[in-house]
Design a binder for this molecule. Structure first.
Ligand SMILES: O=C(O)CCC(=O)C(=O)O
Ligand SMILES: [Fe+2]
Length: 354
């Protein structure tokens, strides 16, 4: 049955993917030559919409976001309604945890048991540590899930320790949930015309906060901060403050996202691409490092509960628009993603399966 031949070709395919996964970008962290091309969207009209009903300006904002998701899979937002104090407080707590001695941080070590949460290298996949990766990451879940900020505060500081860390992270996640639901509604219900019930099932899903920390790197051209990847989320909201490093791939080029303390960078993840039947793009991105500046980012991901079957939305399917992806439980998708970090969706594609 050719089992051996199949497994050989699969191994080399996988190795090739990991080689690509680790390739750095040749664009420097402070090269913002093309950054203006990435849509910067003012959400003020959406915030007002909540109090004053539907306006044409709000519809325009939704269309700007939907168009950015089709073209880039990524955009930045300002006037997003999240208080700067909540952001700054979370950043301060994140910075304080990375500043701890390594033995303290290792009390929160990622277990590698299939769960994402905990402290470890900045690899975007569970296949653990690569020497080329120049970052640390601490993944903390929302309070409804195992591995939340209260669990980790106790793990690192003991039962009475550091309520500030616990609360600062949880308050940030609460603010992120509100924004996430708003963005999902705008992009999926208004932008794509999906059934609100169907979308709510996804929008009320799980949240995780990944704190990324990048120390100055003596040889930035030789290391990658976070390797190229698409996010295994429905959507991700990233805060990168004042030091750049995030780059998104567009037509084979890496383009830096200009950091702004008052902005969030939003990107569609793999589940968002599946749900939208490929209309929205899961953005390929990476983080580069630099020689002189420490960098801290907050990446909040929204993802489906393990048992939820993710599939292209039925409203987007007809004779002319067949489903492009197989339906898959979130749990099974995690396995595909772990094996194929660069292009997991290729392995769910119904287009080329013959
Ligand atoms: O820190 C960054 O700029 C990117 C981090 C990222 O892509 C992630 O956490 O998934
Ligand atoms: Fe990412």
């Amino acid at each position: 049955m050719g089992i051996q031949a199949d497994s050989i070709s699969e191994i080399s395919d996988e190795e090739e993917e990991f080689r690509i996964h680790l390739l750095p970008s040749s664009v420097a962290f402070d090269d913002f030559q093309h950054a203006h091309l990435i849509p910067l969207i003012d959400l003020a009209a959406l915030q007002q919409l909540q109090s004053s009903g539907c306006t044409t300006t709000a519809e325009k904002v939704v269309e700007q976001m939907a168009s950015a998701c089709r073209e880039w899979g990524m955009f930045q937002i300002i006037n997003h309604g999240v208080s700067q104090a909540v952001i700054d407080r979370c950043r301060a707590s994140a910075a304080s945890v990375f500043a701890l001695p390594i033995q303290e941080k290792m009390k929160a070590k990622r277990l590698g048991d299939g769960s994402f949460h905990g402290y470890g290298s900045g690899s975007a996949v569970m296949k653990s540590d690569y020497p080329d990766i120049w970052s640390e990451a601490f993944y903390v879940m929302d309070s409804t899930l195992p591995g939340d900020s209260s669990y980790y505060a106790t793990k690192i500081w003991g039962p009475d320790g550091n309520t500030e860390f616990r609360d600062a992270l949880q308050d940030y996640l609460t603010a992120m949930r509100k924004l996430m639901v708003q963005l999902m509604e705008a992009l999926m219900i208004q932008g794509l015309g999906l059934n609100p019930e169907f979308v709510r099932e996804y929008a009320e899903c799980q949240l995780g906060l990944r704190l990324n920390f990048y120390k100055p790197c003596p040889e930035p051209a030789k290391h990658v901060g976070v390797p190229r990847h698409t996010d295994g989320t429905l959507m991700t909201i990233l805060h990168q403050a004042d030091v750049g490093g995030l780059q998104v791939e567009k037509d084979g080029q890496w383009i830096s996202v200009k950091p702004r303390a008052d902005a969030f960078c939003v990107n569609i993840g793999d589940y968002g691409q599946i749900l939208s039947n490929g209309l929205y793009k899961s953005a390929m991105h990476l983080a580069v490092v630099n020689e002189s500046k420490t960098r801290l980012t907050l990446a909040t991901g929204l993802f489906p509960a393990s048992s939820l079957v993710v599939r292209p939305a039925p409203e987007l399917i007809d004779d002319e628009h067949p489903p492009l992806f197989k339906s898959i439980t979130a749990d099974d998708f995690k396995m595909v993603k772990n094996k194929h970090p660069v292009a997991p969706l290729k392995h769910l594609s119904l287009k080329n399966s013959g």
